[in-house]
Ligand binder design. Sequence first.
Ligand SMILES: [Zn+2]
Length: 304
Amino acid sequence: MIDLHCDTIMKIWEGKQEQGLRSNSFQIDLEKLRKGGSLAQVFACFVHKTEGVSSYETFMSMYKVFLDQIKKNSDLIEQVRTPHRGGSKLQAVLSIEEGDVLEGKIERAAEVASYGVRLIALTWNFENAIGFPNSQDPDLMSRGLKSFGCELIPEMERLGIVVDVSHLSEGGFWNVARLSKKPFVASHSDCRALCNHQRNLTDDQIRAVAESGGVVGLNFCSGFLSEGSHQTRIEDLVRHAIRLYSVGGKSVLALGTDYDGIGSDLELPDISYMPVLRDALSKAGMSQSVLDAMWDDNALRVLG
Ligand SMILES: [Zn+2]
């Protein structure tokens, strides 16, 4: 299994490493990853953009925690740029959630690439130098990438950093679809047709991601699965996975749990329960080859 998004590093960073990656009370740790059948986990450095605080400094502080945790647990996990089959350890891939970390400086993309960052979510829920966030405000939602954002897409692609459109405005999304020459992803988003939340993708957007060769990671946040819901139900995850498949095809399927970033009451309490979801999808009629694509083949293709 490859999960394209979690906020576990932020939780460890917030707690000043009182709880580490090996074993903790969070939704992801190394024991739970093993039990859940993990091949690779994408760990986001999620930076909450704050007035008067440098997003870059926050990222660097979080990145140091990530490195520290990988080093402390080097018997079980290693950082990789490109996940691969056949390794003996769990594989950790680094990503950034909030393009404000670049602070409008194009050379920062090469710097974070040198740290092994493989995906950057261009925005979180705030405007930044790249563009605008998803929003219920139709004006904000329709706004496109800024000139720095347009300059950044080819630079990210040159450096092998995957463009992540989760959290981005619709206007920005369509700019990415037009400008990108490589696959782009929505690392953790669900289907707007099934749940009318601005963080979810319309069918047209799902098709555009698929046409780029990218993937959409199924998000476990209850509010994205069912309007106003506080409970993440397996049946809702199944509905969204089937919709993604029917709209975008087999090659668009992936996982983006958002574990340790969501406050939902979960039927699958942590990442060790992923085989339960796989069983439910299989019972709902998904073939083993489609499930293999969703579980890791597609993510391996995009990150490769
Ligand atoms: Zn997010």
